[in-house]
Design a protein around this ligand. Structure first.
Ligand SMILES: [Zn+2]
Length: 414
């Protein structure tokens, strides 16, 4: 889903207009009962896991870029294109080419995919999946990636062929409805491929969540439970979709493992995303970001092709053999922009924390929820500054705990 990944990586949430958010009231230390909350237990195991994930991110990005460069430099991409594209461009031939390319890349990356997705998670006791079930999910991801990427690639090549000079602007315009549809359809078409989503069954928790939703002014917001325990022991929740597909999703693991007041604190945070329409703002900012990035990407692609095109046997950008170069550009831009996109995401997450605190009015429960998230997910609550800057799309959990308990005005603004 690399093109959707492009969409998702730029799917940063912009600053929320002040009028949309309730006025932030600092949580006073008197009401916070800070003494009741112990800090997360930082074990050597947690630190090892967190650091391995950081190394994997950088190593995986570098390896992925090298793999794409290798497919070009060895002339493999050109050979695949000749194999399936002896005649003129068509959607079917693009499908054939992309299938060959994806299989090759999957093979090259398979050791890293296995280590990162299966082996590491099992070593640290985070996965609940058998090898067969995990492979099934990988197969589904490959399928979803193929079905979503090929139409977008086809559209892109079609535009490059028709407007070799201005394609980036046309593509930008065409992406607006495509991204809107992607965000709308993801919770109803893509996410159910991997998990089952059911309404929260009647329970004291549901009654309390309904009360919270009424307080937040969203009594009709769908709140669904995902059977994530099929895949993981980790806990989480999220907001997804847009318009009539918008929903708050709780992992069943969160309900099973966390005390009710902590689940409510997490739901309060998610209601913040829902009420403040962060998904919609993310869409708007994505579109704005792409308007700048796509013309830059065009310049970058043309420059690389002038320099290496002949050596790679890639005649022009409209040649489907240039696909790895397009993917490489998306990957490189995502990597280089990560500090910016994650910085904006951290700000948005902080807004959701502020909202959640206000709507639940229970700072100790929210702080304890952050302690649980850190310990259950082996997430280092206070990683090195560089990791926070480059990788964290949420404020560090220690900062969130400190803010919640009134020890700090806002994460990252000490
Ligand atoms: Zn959030």
């Amino acid at each position: 889903m690399r093109f959707l990944f492009l969409i998702i990586f730029v799917l940063l949430s912009p600053p929320v207009p002040a009028s949309a958010a309730p006025p932030p009231t600092p949580v006073s230390v008197e009401t916070a009962h800070t003494a009741e909350v112990r800090p997360p237990l930082v074990t050597p195991q947690m630190l090892r896991y967190s650091r391995t994930r950081v190394v994997l991110y950088f190593a995986g990005t570098a390896y992925g870029l090298l793999a794409l460069w290798g497919v070009l430099a060895t002339g493999l991409s050109a050979r695949f294109a000749r194999l399936v594209l002896p005649q003129r461009f068509s959607f079917l031939r693009l499908l054939g080419y992309y299938a060959l390319l994806e299989m090759t890349l999957l093979l090259v990356r398979s050791p890293l995919i296995f280590y990162s997705g299966y082996s590491l998670e099992h070593t640290y006791g985070l996965s609940s999946q058998s090898l067969g079930a995990w492979l099934g999910d990988v197969g589904k991801s490959v399928g979803v990636n193929f079905l979503t990427t090929t139409p977008i690639l086809w559209l892109l090549f079609w535009l490059i062929q028709r407007s070799p000079r201005r394609w980036s602007l046309w593509f930008w315009g065409a992406l607006i409805p495509v991204i809107a549809f992607g965000i709308f359809a993801s919770p109803v078409l893509v996410e159910p491929v991997f998990n089952k989503f059911t309404p929260l069954p009647p329970s004291p928790l549901r009654t309390q969540i309904q009360g919270l939703a009424a307080k937040a002014g969203i009594p009709d917001a769908p709140i669904l439970v995902a059977d994530k325990s099929r895949q993981t022991h980790e806990t989480n929740a999220y907001v997804t979709g847009i318009g009539s597909s918008a929903r708050i999703v709780l992992w069943d693991t969160t309900i099973q493992k966390m005390p009710q007041d902590q689940v409510l604190a997490i739901v309060g945070h998610e209601m913040g995303h829902y009420v403040l329409k962060h998904v919609l703002w993310g869409f708007v900012l994505t579109i704005g970001g792409l308007l700048v990035l796509l013309p830059l990407a065009q310049l970058f692609l043309e420059g690389l092709l002038r320099r290496f095109g002949q050596r790679w046997q890639v005649k022009s950008l409209s040649d489907i053999a240039a696909t790895p170069l397009l993917l490489l550009t998306v990957s490189l831009f995502s990597f280089l922009l990560a500090p910016l996109t994650n910085g904006i995401s951290r700000e948005i997450e902080h807004q959701a924390d502020v909202y959640g605190l206000q709507v639940t009015g229970n700072p100790p429960a929210m702080a304890r929820a952050f302690v649980s998230l850190s310990e259950q997910n082996l997430s280092d609550p206070d990683p090195p500054a560089f990791v926070k800057f480059w990788l964290l799309d949420h404020p560090a959990l220690k900062d969130r705990i400190d803010f919640t308990l009134g020890r700090k005005s806002a994460p990252g603004r000490e």
